[in-house]
Design a protein around this ligand. Structure first.
Ligand code: HEM
Ligand code: HEM
Length: 169
């Protein structure tokens, strides 16, 4: 049987599952981060840290490890299974923008958990700043750009990119 060197039509089911699971976990990370704030306020006020804040904080660590593992798995799948080609007719500049955005999103998907683990467990205090500052900011900007791009593809360019990351074309 000949092995096709053509790009796949869709992202594989595993790639799609990991994409949407990661979206949920990232959303949770931002919500769960409010636990740190509540714990700090309680410490300042000399009161006990609320149970929900402790759960939020623990889940932030746990979800962070999960995101790291899923991202490594995703990158392995990306290199072994590939990804669909850019939609036909998409301007070269936008293709490049999408490629750069995706690449940098992967950087932040690795960077956020690694900096978190670094300052929390490895005593690398200098990694605290990027985690709560520039890397976090970059992640927010990239995700916003990515979502605007996906919506523009769907509703303005009317391409099939949403389908290949959801139900498949
Ligand atoms: C993709 C994974 C992660 C994301 C998106 C993420 C995101 C965030 C965000 C948004 C904050 C709040 C920053 C602020 O104050 O504005 C935060 C704080 C924090 N994160 Fe993460 N995080 C991730 C993984 C981790 C991991 C794996 C750990 C540790 C094992 C960790 C430890 C912490 C700690 C200790 C804080 C509190 C820092 C402080 O308030 O001084 N994070 N994180
Ligand atoms: C936390 C939020 C998100 C993250 C971290 C994320 C991450 C990524 C990454 C890294 C890729 C590139 C896949 C690859 O080529 O290897 C991708 C593709 C994609 N994402 Fe997201 N994404 C997020 C949210 C969303 C949302 C909300 C939508 C829909 C509105 C979406 C729709 C898509 C689509 C359609 C593709 C395929 C693009 C293509 O085929 O060129 N993503 N996403």
């Amino acid at each position: 049987m000949a092995v096709s060197s053509q790009a796949p039509v869709n992202f594989s089911v595993a790639q799609r599952a990991l994409h949407w699971l990661t979206v949920l976990l990232i959303a949770w990370q931002f919500i769960a981060a409010s636990g740190f704030e509540a714990a700090e306020e309680a410490r300042d006020a000399g009161t006990e840290v609320a149970g929900w804040a402790i759960v939020f904080i623990q889940s932030h660590f746990f979800a962070g490890f999960a995101i790291l593992a899923f991202t490594v798995l995703r990158l392995i799948l990306r290199f072994t299974q590939g990804a669909p080609a850019a939609p036909e007719g998409e301007p070269k500049a936008l293709q490049l923008l999408a490629t750069i955005t995706h690449g940098l999103i992967y950087v932040t998907l690795l960077g956020m958990p690694l900096t978190g683990i670094g300052f929390k467990y490895l005593g690398l205090d200098f990694l605290h700043f990027p985690h709560v500052g520039p890397l976090k900011g970059l992640m927010i900007v990239l995700i916003a750009l990515h979502v605007i791009g996906a919506l523009a593809q769907q509703f303005y360019f009317k391409t099939n990119v949403m389908a290949r990351m959801t139900r498949g074309v």
